[in-house]
Design a protein. Structure first.
Length: 350
């Protein structure tokens, strides 16, 4: 009996050892990867991506329209059209002028943030100087829709809607070189040199003019978009360079100042162009004191900005017609041939 019990005990030990060495068992403490994996986090897309951060606005029914000085009819037009469009959509509108002062612009943006603005329409005070203000609005969740002037960054404004200044400046420069008969000395009045538009327009004037050896620039000065300053600079240029027969101007306000100075000096022979498409420029084109202007469709651009802002905040960040941040609106070269189709910065096909 003792031998039999010993045999049974030995067999039991063998079977126990075999069970411990089995490769078919599954450890009970092995983690289940499908249960412990971290949830996916969607980050805002980089520039050019399909996704972007949605800025819901401050929650009020207020739209801020911030522009340079409305004593300039161009800026007055865009402010008025933006206001009318927003009010028609049911918003309360606050219009503010920053007078091309970056500090005043930042104060206006801060006021919009404090008022919990739904969105901001902004014609800015400088391509670099404006970044801080737009970033502040972005950080507060308030979307900005820039008009007329771009800034030197992307991703913090929902839209930058501008006239195609390169195309417009080149188009009116073509008309000017024809009027100059491809020869003669001329002067250039630059706008505010910190403004991207100033550089783009000048560069594209020269992309056309510099092709002709018979055309020589003898003076180039900034008149800072201002009519009075343009008048004074033109007076000085005419005195120092009486041989000039042309003046190219970065905007219509300066072109009007130049035309007035030329008229007062008895110089009806000087060929002048501008950029904007103002009614004042149209009148000078009709009277023969200007060759032409490149119409920036500022009324259309202001309307587009408000409509896109309204659509954006009411559709969780969707963009109207799927447009991107950078948007170019074509300019129209206005001369004596089509000036009758222009009124209040709106061009109607004849």
């Amino acid at each position: 009996m003792k031998k039999f019990l010993a045999l049974l005990l030995a067999l039991a030990m063998v079977f126990a050892l075999a069970a411990c060495g089995s490769t078919d068992s599954t450890p009970t403490d092995t983690p289940d990867d499908t249960q412990t994996e971290a949830p996916e986090v969607t980050e805002p897309a980089d520039e050019g991506g399909d996704e972007a951060t949605f800025l819901p606005g401050g929650g009020s029914n207020i739209v801020y329209v911030i522009t340079p000085a409305t004593s300039n009819v161009f800026f007055a037009t865009e402010a008025e059209v933006a206001r009318e469009t927003a009010e028609a959509l049911g918003y309360e509108v606050k219009t503010v002028s920053h007078d091309d002062d970056a500090s005043r612009q930042l104060e206006a943006i801060e006021a919009a943030i404090a008022d919990k603005a739904a969105f901001i329409v902004l014609d800015n005070a400088g391509a670099d100087a404006t970044i801080e203000a737009v970033q502040a609005a972005y950080d507060a969740g308030i979307p900005c829709f820039l008009i007329d002037r771009e800034i030197n960054t992307t991703g913090i404004a929902v839209a930058q809607i501008v006239a195609d200044n390169a195309q417009g400046a080149a188009a009116i420069a073509e008309k000017w070189v024809e009027a100059m008969n491809y020869e003669g000395k001329y002067a250039e009045l630059l706008g505010l040199e910190s403004d991207t538009n100033c550089q783009v327009r000048s560069e594209n004037f020269h992309s056309v003019i510099d092709q002709y050896e018979g055309l020589e620039m003898v003076a180039q000065q900034s008149a800072n978009w201002d009519q009075t300053e343009a008048y004074e600079k033109t007076e000085a240029i005419l005195e120092a360079n009486p041989e000039i027969t042309g003046i190219i101007c970065g905007n219509d306000t300066m072109a009007c100042g130049a035309a007035a100075a030329c008229a007062d000096a008895g110089r009806s022979d000087i060929k002048i162009i501008g950029v904007d498409g103002s009614d004042d420029a149209a009148a000078l084109i009709k009277s023969g004191q200007m060759v032409g202007t490149a119409l920036q469709q500022c009324a259309l651009i202001a309307q587009m900005a408000v409509e896109q802002g309204d659509y954006y905040i009411n559709n969780n960040g969707a963009t109207l017609d799927g447009v991107g941040e950078k948007q170019l609106v074509p300019c129209v070269a206005i001369t004596i041939d089509n000036v009758d189709n222009l009124s209040a910065f709106v061009y109607t096909e004849g």
